[in-house]
Design a protein around this ligand. Structure first.
Ligand code: ATP
Ligand code: MG
Length: 178
């Protein structure tokens, strides 16, 4: 497969549904073209999602579910520290994976939300974005980002909510949301 001379950073951002879905769509495309993929999921702890089952069984891909469960507004200091440590460990793994240059595509799913929650430094993300190996594409997702992270990206696409079935009372649907 032809590889980009420079690493590329793509960001999917916004309050609409489709950010993780788009990142996983790229993973399918990349594997289909013979590339290898590493998916790191920040903040999530569910290892039984459709994507966790699918990409852990798929040759040429690996998926790491690196969170400590749902982050609520009313975290105790101790719980917050646990989430923070998990995000810190996840960043270390992400950096190792990027430095290995073994992957055509690396996905840092919900990394931006880990930054927004104060678990990961903005500067750490900017450093990872600016040190991409040639031929590696890094995809980062999340609801919001700081300007410095957006400036460092090569492609930014916003998923804008027009409506969501959740507003009709339809809760997370297996195979569609997870
Ligand atoms: P998906 O994983 O479906 O691509 P996403 O990555 O864009 O969604 P997240 O911000 O990661 O969305 O939120 C995770 C969950 O919240 C998903 O189950 C998604 O369907 C749901 N969700 C996304 N956008 C909205 C919204 N505007 N209102 C309610 N729920 C939403
Ligand atoms: Mg998501």
């Amino acid at each position: 497969m032809n590889r980009s001379a420079k690493g590329i950073c793509i960001i999917y951002i916004g309050n609409g549904k489709g950010k993780t879905t788009a990142a996983l769509g790229l993973a399918c495309r990349c594997i289909g073209q013979g590339g290898s993929v590493c998916i790191c999921q920040f903040l999530k702890s569910d290892k039984t999602t459709g994507e966790a089952k699918f990409f852990s069984d798929m040759p040429s891909s690996e998926i790491h579910v690196l969170g400590r469960g749902f982050v609520t507004d009313s975290l105790s200091q101790k719980e917050r520290e646990k989430h923070c440590q998990a995000a810190c460990d996840a960043v270390k793994l992400l950096e190792e994976k990027l430095l290995s240059a073994r992957y055509r595509l690396v996905i840092a799913d919900e990394l931006l939300d880990a930054v927004a929650l104060g678990f990961v430094d903005v500067d750490t993300v900017v450093r990872l974005q600016s040190n991409l190996s040639p031929g590696t594409t890094l995809v980062i997702t999340g609801r919001t980002a700081t300007q410095s992270i957006l400036d460092q990206a090569d492609t930014v696409t916003e998923m804008k909510e027009v409506k969501h079935h959740y507003q009709k009372g339809i809760k997370a649907v297996r195979g569609i949301e997870y």
